[in-house]
Design a protein around this ligand. Sequence first.
Ligand code: NAP
Ligand code: MG
Length: 479
Amino acid sequence: MHIDGKAAKAASGGTFDVYDPSTEQVIATCPAAGAADIDRAVLAAKRAFYEGWKTTAAQERGRILFRLADRIRARRGELAELETRNSGKPIVEAEYDMDDAATCFEYYGGLATKINGEVLPVPADAIAFAMKEPMGVAGQIIPWNFPLLMAAWKIAPALAAGCTVILKPAEQTPLTILKLAEDFEAVGLPAGVVNIVTGDGPGAGAALVAHRDVRKIAFTGSAEVGRLIMRGAADHLKRVSLELGGKSPNIFFSDADFENAVDGALFGTFINQGEVCSAGSRVLVQKDIYKKFVDAAAAKAKTIKLGPGLDRDTKMGPLVSKEQRDRVAGYLKIGAGEAKVAAGGGVPRQFSTGWYVEPTIFYDVDNSARIAQEEIFGPVMSIIPFTDEADAIRIANATEYGLAAAVWTRDIFKAFRVVRSLEAGIVWVNHMQPTFVEAPWGGYKSSGFGRELGHWGVEEYLETKQVYINLDEKPIGWY
Ligand code: NAP
Ligand code: MG
């Protein structure tokens, strides 16, 4: 772990194993933090906040973030390889993640000097303004699908705001952020400003949520755990932001560019083995192209090359853990009873090791089916037919989630009408998944609340203080 500027073990001496999902071998052993370790990390973060970070010049905080971006770029190959070994994702995708993580630190390095208050138009005998201040110690809990990138999305805006951090990576994928932590002091981060604590959710995560000196919890993960976190945060009325995934619709009208649409459906669902919160796993296709679309998508899915992520030809790696592979395989069984299979549907036989799942396409799926309503978090697509625009919108919104959606058509009027009608925090037109650090990220409904990225991301770590200055020297004279 990395606590108060130093490598640290768990007070209990407990550890857990970390795996390579393509070999099923243990590649590291990490400390299993408990409440005592969380306490130590919070104390360090609290001291670092009050003894300096809170009042460190924004320019200086920004420069440190720039240097973190530089470190990620300088160590891109090493970090990407470690990310692939630990998460299973194809190396090419891991390299994109490293670039995006560097860009995220850079963006917030720039934003650190642009956090302004406002002067308010009160009557002339006073001046009033609103100023922004960091919340204090922030607890951050992240998932295993984009390990270093999710750490960047959390740490960068918190530091720009002037908060100090305790981050708990997912137990499956702690390695890249621990590797980057080796450079924290070298880039000028004072001890205790960013602490990385490893361990599981019920042990380390819950203790972080329960700690009285943690002012804010930022969480990305399942809706189920999101609910636990919101309840846990209620005791001390902590601020909470939640990014909880979804079951996002990817809508194809018959006037869309056909080849591109099929590719977009596959990209939207299968990138990162489908372990993506914004996966477009509900593919809605207009009836007049439905049959042709199912056939073309299935034919293409069967050509996706599975293999170890470190192999540069690999287009889909193994899932992150045995637990996740078994969970997804369970959904393949459920789906076989609910709909028809166009491609995949099982665990591939060609590998003697590795937690692989075949890219799978179900069709003739009813939107009320479990495979259309529950987040599977694996390479599983459910294709659902629709008749017209109104039907597409009705089906698209018939979900508890509301993270993302996409619409494919050449008709600009239709595209914008659908954009307006979709209940989702992110909507793409004629693409799905491009993500920019400048643009807000987060969901409607059970996909959570709060927004990451852009200026929205930094606001999640700021309080607003109202200041009134009396300019009138005459006595108040009320009593
Ligand atoms: P998860 O249970 O929601 O875990 C996300 C993070 O929360 C991990 O760091 C986890 O720790 C931690 N956590 C778990 N229980 C906690 C608790 N009681 N208090 C505080 N923190 C806690 O997700 P998962 O188990 O990795 O995956 C399960 C399913 O969640 C997936 O199949 C998928 O459907 C969904 N998921 C969604 C996203 C997303 O981005 N929206 C990401 C990941 C998973 P540990 O895992 O280390 O115990
Ligand atoms: Mg878990």
